[in-house]
Design a protein around this ligand. Structure first.
Ligand code: VG1
Ligand code: CO
Length: 550
């Protein structure tokens, strides 16, 4: 092993005041991240927030987006200069978020730096991001992200070593001064873990059967290598099952967001008239989200979570029962119905995976998920796209009925929670704030108001007290509850990089069999109208239609 010599420098800077992490890490445009000392300031602030950094192990990797490799070179130089003991680096700088999370615990690391802006567009004109996961493999809790933000706003210098350009592609051990770098296979540990959770034998039988076909859209993002290795190479799915499998710095110029609006190729395949696959799935930029489809059928993420919970007994790792479940507040209450029947706890947390971590660590929950195409379990402390896909495949292998029939049977047993999310993207920040102020002012007057069949029973601003550490998170979204289990929720996105994004979540619960197959937007039309009226959307933000409907 060569020991490359190093020269460390301390660079004086003026602090940055805009490094407040949002729902999931710090996200800015690539251009913003490339401005002098910007990335370095955030990384130094993460390092300064960790009292036991010296001699520790950190995991490092990203979703392969534009600036990934350059950022890794910078971070390696800074880690050496800050006396990090060891870096576990995904080959070619590639690690999906769930794989990074697993490596943190596998290697007893102090944490991990994941370079990704997840579902945001990539490329030179796109977004970049940095997430930090702690020793439990979970997203940094608010206390830590606030402290990193505070440090960044006062930071006056950072340390960096000028390493000879590190080749990121060759597996092996490298030594830079006192710091070692181990470049590991990005997929190996992850696929072993998946094999220990699911019945790979059964899934392989399904994937190689003449009566079954699937299409997995990796969206030219990080899941490609994972999906090809697991689905095609190990489980025997025909070559070509994974489409857009090569991670590209600009995701092929598309949005790596697995939903009906952005996974167009998959949606077209699942709705084609001939040779329609039986199962379709997609994952996002950093591999933590999933979209599930059947032949001419879309499964909402909220329903998917409920169905995973109801079928968990079919999966080897969960066959002894699940402890409890959790969902983010805007996620539909479909999983609540399953939890009730199973007699287990169901927690309602604010949006963002970091709020599940304490519940997972305290063994209060086994499964959790969000309406935004994220599901996960206690196997890692992050949401996990491919895990959800394998979960569905395992269910399909056991139940031997179609995706659509699994969902229809689920609704018959539990009722259906019709659900949609309307996003108004890139609206002026001032207009968004005015809309919310207007809503806050009217909140108290809403209960008992009647709109057609719907009467408001309660309206509040969601506040969460963590049941494990009692930390409080305020202002997590406005909830308007109706007396027939319908809900409307208003939130502002915390992952965008331009203007503000208003998210409106709309839900209605039906138990009547002959009301199960109405088109979603039609079924929810009266509530959509009520939401537009209550928030005075047209007037406040001057938009007639949402930008994206999921
Ligand atoms: C969105 C989703 C949220 C998710 C977050 C990170 O946040 O709504 O549920 O946890 O993205 O997902 P927001 O604040 O924009 O609504 V990922 O896959 O982008 O890390
Ligand atoms: Co993601």
């Amino acid at each position: 092993m060569t020991n490359f010599s190093i020269k460390t420098e301390t660079i004086a800077i003026r602090p940055f005041k805009d490094q407040k992490p949002g729902t999931s890490g710090l996200r800015k445009t690539v251009k913003h991240f490339q401005s002098p000392h910007y990335l370095e300031t955030f990384i130094q602030s993460i390092f300064n927030s960790l009292p036991t950094l010296k001699g520790s192990t950190l995991v490092l990797g990203g979703d392969g987006r534009y600036f990934n490799r350059e950022a890794i070179q910078i971070i390696l130089g800074m880690a050496t200069a800050n006396q990090v003991g060891k870096i576990i680096l995904g080959q070619s700088g590639i690690l999906s978020t769930p794989a990074a999370s697993q490596l943190i615990t596998d290697y007893n690391a102090l944490g991990g730096i994941i370079l990704s802006a997840s579902h945001n567009a990539g490329g030179k004109a796109g977004d970049f991001g940095v997430k930090f996961d702690t020793a439990n493999g979970g997203p940094a809790p608010e206390k830590l992200t606030n402290s990193i933000y505070q440090i960044a706003s006062h930071l006056t210098s950072y340390k960096i070593a000028h390493l000879a350009h590190v080749s990121l592609d060759q597996l092996g051990h490298y030594q830079y001064g006192d710091m070692s770098v181990e470049i590991i296979d990005s997929v190996k540990n992850y696929s072993t873990l998946m094999g220990s959770i699911f019945n790979f034998g059964r899934i392989a039988t399904l994937l190689t059967s003449d009566d079954f076909s699937m299409c997995f859209d990796a969206m030219n993002a990080v899941t490609g290598p994972y999906a090809i290795s697991i689905l095609e190479d190990q489980l025997g799915a025909p070559k070509g099952t994974v489409i857009r499998g090569r991670p590209l710095p600009d995701f092929g110029g598309k949005h790596p967001d697995p939903n009906l609006a952005h996974a167009k190729q998959l949606v077209a395949t699942m709705y084609q008239t001939e040779n329609t696959p039986h199962f379709g799935a997609a994952s996002d930029g950093d591999g933590d989200r999933n979209m599930i489809m059947g032949d001419h059928f879309f499964v909402t993420p909220s329903d998917s979570l409920a169905i995973l919970a109801a079928n968990a007994h079919l999966i080897p790792a969960y066959s002894k029962g699940i402890k409890g479940v959790a969902r983010s507040m805007p996620t539909s209450a479909a999983v609540d119905k399953v939890a009730k029947k199973m007699g287990i706890n169901c927690f309602e947390t604010p949006t963002g995976w970091k709020f599940f971590s304490n519940l997972l660590d305290a063994d209060q929950i086994t499964l959790c998920g969000e309406e935004s195409f994220g599901t996960g379990s206690n196997h890692v402390n992050e949401k996990d796209g491919l895990w959800a896909v394998l979960f569905w495949l395992n269910i399909l292998a056991e139940r031997k009925i179609s995706v659509k029939n699994i969902v229809l049977q689920h609704w018959q047993e539990y009722g259906r929670n019709y659900y949609t999310r309307h996003d108004y993207e890139n609206i002026p920040v001032d207009a968004a704030n005015t809309l919310f102020n207007h809503l806050y002012q009217h909140l108290e007057t809403l209960p008992k108001q009647q709109f057609g069949d719907y009467t408001i029973s309660d309206a509040d601003d969601f506040r969460y007290e963590d049941p494990i550490d009692q930390s409080i998170s305020e202002k997590q979204g406005i909830r308007i509850l109706f007396d027939n289990d319908a809900r409307i929720i208003f939130r502002l996105s915390g992952t965008g990089t331009e203007g503000a994004t208003l998210r409106v979540y709309i839900e209605k619960y039906v138990t009547n069999n002959n009301q199960f197959e109405i088109e979603t937007q039609t079924a929810l039309a009266p509530l959509i109208k009520i939401a537009t009226h209550i928030a005075d959307i047209k007037q406040q933000i001057n938009r007639d239609e949402p930008t994206v409907i999921t």
